[in-house]
Design a binder for this molecule. Structure first.
Ligand code: EPU
Length: 353
């Protein structure tokens, strides 16, 4: 600990752990310790945390650890929001409104809404992580993003000690991005997301445009699938392609899919005709980072104890005993190969701490 007076366990509230081991709390399973780790279940605890960091001690919000690369020990205070509860808070002629605590498990929420007969989140089944982390990177899969079903969220501002409600526009959602990724917001431990409210429209249609999902539904001979059938198909695809972090530690997609102008994408496609291109509503084109990595020779390749997964080149896996520096070395090696071959800069998707 570098800031403030040394803490003794005796002076700490019981929800704050001293010198906490983080390896088991993150899905990449990299070694690291936090000087202080607070598991937060109430606003009152957040107020106590405010006091604990009044000396300027560094803060960071951990979420459930499924999208983070630990590069070593953290000398400040890590916050792990564990607000629980999920409920239907209202309904009208158009939609159901569901609120869930930031500490709830994301997939459990999806599963529960489907069981209750409220469709809309099925394409996001089986994404690891917590409800509170979902808006930070605007989780997305199989043609749907969290922002498509989002109404609002509540935060506690550790700088002012006030609760605040943000609607969809205020969250500034974009592809794997939101206001919470900006300097001084969530990640630096200022705005703690307490709960998220979803709007699930009654006028429901399955979203089956994503190629992988369409072919899985075809294979199951489901021309008009129910929401639960879509969720089952999504889960089957994910289980086939993405490694289970409890068996092979990973943080999901390790790089963002790069976005570029249509003109630049066309130029690249002339040189590489099989390059997958996905036109976006804003006129830009998204490329498949997995394809770029595979065609730079990294699919199934290791560098030390880490590698790019053999069934999905975008997933970086820890084959055992890796440290943060190993992950950074592979990140840079993959970036260099893709830059050299395609002139494209890949951006890591997880947060590097
Ligand atoms: N591809 C390859 N090689 C591979 C894998 C894929 O060339 O090893 C190409 C194929 O052309 C494929 C295309 O890449 O059609 C896209 O692959 P995939 O459908 O598996 O999706 P992705 O772009 O790799 C994104 C998200 C995933 C999400 C899937 C499904 C990002 C960074 N990743 O992956 O999200 O589950 O689409 O919608 O946007 C995550 O963010 O952690 C995550 C897993």
């Amino acid at each position: 600990m570098t800031l403030g007076a040394p803490m003794s366990a005796a002076r700490l509230p019981d929800f704050v752990e001293l010198d906490a081991d983080l390896a088991a709390r993150t899905t990449l399973a990299l070694p690291g310790r936090a000087a202080l780790l607070a598991t937060i279940r109430s606003i009152d605890q957040l107020r106590q945390v405010r006091a604990l960091t009044a000396d300027g001690r560094r803060r960071f919000i951990l979420g459930s650890g499924s999208n983070i690369v630990l590069t070593g020990d953290f000398d400040g205070l890590l916050l792990q929001p564990a607000f629980s509860g999920r409920q239907l808070i209202g309904e009208d002629a158009d939609a159901w409104y569901i609120r869930a605590g930031a500490g709830e498990n994301w997939h459990a929420l999806v599963h529960w809404t489907l069981e209750q007969g409220w469709p809309g989140l099925e394409n996001l089944a089986l994404i690891p992580g917590s409800v509170g982390a979902a808006p930070v990177q605007n989780i997305g899969a199989y043609g749907l993003e969290l922002s498509d079903r989002f109404l609002s969220l509540e935060t506690f501002d550790l700088a002012t000690g006030r609760l605040r409600r943000l609607d969809r526009a205020e969250c500034r959602f974009a592809y794997r991005d939101s206001i919470f990724k900006q300097q001084g917001w969530h990640l630096e431990g200022r705005q703690v997301i307490i709960n998220v409210t979803f709007r699930l429209p009654r006028a429901w249609q399955p979203l089956t445009g994503y190629a992988d999902l369409a072919s899985e539904l075809d294979r199951r001979q489901l021309a008009s699938p129910t929401a639960r059938q879509v969720a089952e198909a999504v889960m089957a695809i994910r289980q086939r392609k993405l490694p289970d972090p409890t068996r092979l530690p990973n943080a999901g997609s390790f790089f963002q899919n790069p976005l570029m102008s249509a003109a630049d994408a066309d130029q690249l496609a002339q040189k590489h005709p099989s390059l997958p291109r996905y036109p976006q509503p804003d006129g830009r084109v998204k490329l498949a980072a997995a394809w770029l990595i595979e065609h730079s020779g990294w699919k199934g390749q290791d560098l030390g104890p880490v590698g790019m997964y053999e069934k999905q080149a975008l997933v970086l896996v820890n084959r055992g005993g890796a440290r943060g520096a190993d992950v950074i070395a592979l990140t840079q090696a993959v970036q260099a190969s893709v830059r050299q071959r395609f002139g494209i800069e890949l951006t890591p998707e997880p947060v590097i701490l």
